[in-house]
Unconditional design. Structure first.
Length: 317
């Protein structure tokens, strides 16, 4: 087994392939990250950090990618490992690498990197939860999520929007600035909203992005009022939704529901047989919206922080 830092776009393609292979081999929709989540996480690292410093890869003796780790902002660590290589030391190596990088980052910019190291696991992933707790991580509950899924086998209701609004895919790079503006208005001051048009143009070049699946609701004056990014896993036939948002001035008009329905219709047409989405455990409005279009809770994401000993609530129940 050898490891190295991320080098090029070819590595990102291998990471995508590894995630789809892992999902196919385990038969679980939650044990491996969706390739759409990888695309967005990698995009955030590319915008605000450096993939060649913040992503590490592990290869077997044949040179095959069998695992990777990504240290993002906040700071938050994620790692993914193919089944036959799990719990044989790679996880410890990933954590040690992240700790070393974080120590360097704290020396360079103490204010930016002062928060405790974070990580997470699905509720049903007992081995990963035990690993986190054995290495000094405690459940927090501040960013816990519910994981929801919807079959695409049944019909999808037609999207309905107020007069003058349109639901469509993003036009292309010429609309990157407007699309980034919508992201900022919804998400700032969170880092997910800290992007501009040049950044969004970078997302449009990443593998897996398709403007046809970047669904927007457009107001009569041309404002992008609501949106959802849709992602395909063509190996496992599962779609993913996110980020999802609507500008504050355009909420409660059915626009987010409309882009969700149109996104699911396009995922269905692309051959997906189910679609997943995750949202904050405490975000009652989002949960109700997703349930209204057919999603049901199937799992949950538990957030952990290292060295914090005052958990918020309980990770079970």
């Amino acid at each position: 087994m050898r490891s190295r830092l991320f080098a090029s776009g070819a590595d990102l393609l291998r990471m995508r392939e590894m995630l789809m292979e892992g999902r196919a081999r385990t038969g679980s929709d939650w044990r491996y990250a969706h390739v759409g989540l990888l695309a967005w996480d990698f995009f955030m690292v590319s915008c605000h950090l450096d993939p060649q410093r913040h992503v590490r890869l592990w290869h077997d003796s044949r040179g095959r990618l069998v695992g990777y780790a990504l240290l993002g902002e906040d700071p938050l660590l994620d790692w993914q490992v193919l089944p036959e290589h799990q719990w044989q030391g790679l996880e410890e190596e990933a954590l040690a690498w992240a700790e070393g990088l974080l120590a360097d980052l704290r020396r360079e910019d103490p204010a930016r990197w002062s928060a405790p190291l974070g990580a997470g696991a699905r509720k049903d992933d007992a081995r990963r939860l035990a690993f986190l707790e054995a290495h000094g991580f405690c459940y927090r509950g501040e960013f816990a999520e519910v994981d929801m899924i919807r079959s695409l086998a049944e019909s999808i209701p037609k999207a309905v929007v107020p007069d003058g609004f349109r639901v469509r895919g993003v036009a292309g790079p010429e609309e990157a600035a407007e699309r980034a503006s919508a992201e900022r208005e919804v998400w700032l001051p969170a880092t997910v909203g800290d992007i501009d048009g040049d950044d969004y143009a970078l997302l449009m070049q990443l593998p897996g992005y398709d403007p046809v699946l970047d669904i927007v609701a457009v107001a009569p004056d041309g404002t992008i009022a609501a949106y959802v990014n849709c992602w395909l896993d063509p190996v496992n036939h599962i779609g993913d939704l996110g980020p999802v948002g609507a500008l504050p001035a355009y909420r409660r008009r059915g626009l987010t529901r409309a882009v969700l329905l149109e996104g699911m219709r396009r995922l269905q047409a692309a051959g997906m047989d189910r679609v997943c989405v995750s949202t904050g455990e405490k975000n009652e409005a989002a949960r109700a919206l997703y349930e209204s279009v057919g999603f049901r809770i199937q799992n949950g994401y538990l957030d952990y922080r290292r060295g914090q000993t005052a958990p918020v609530g309980s990770p079970v129940g």
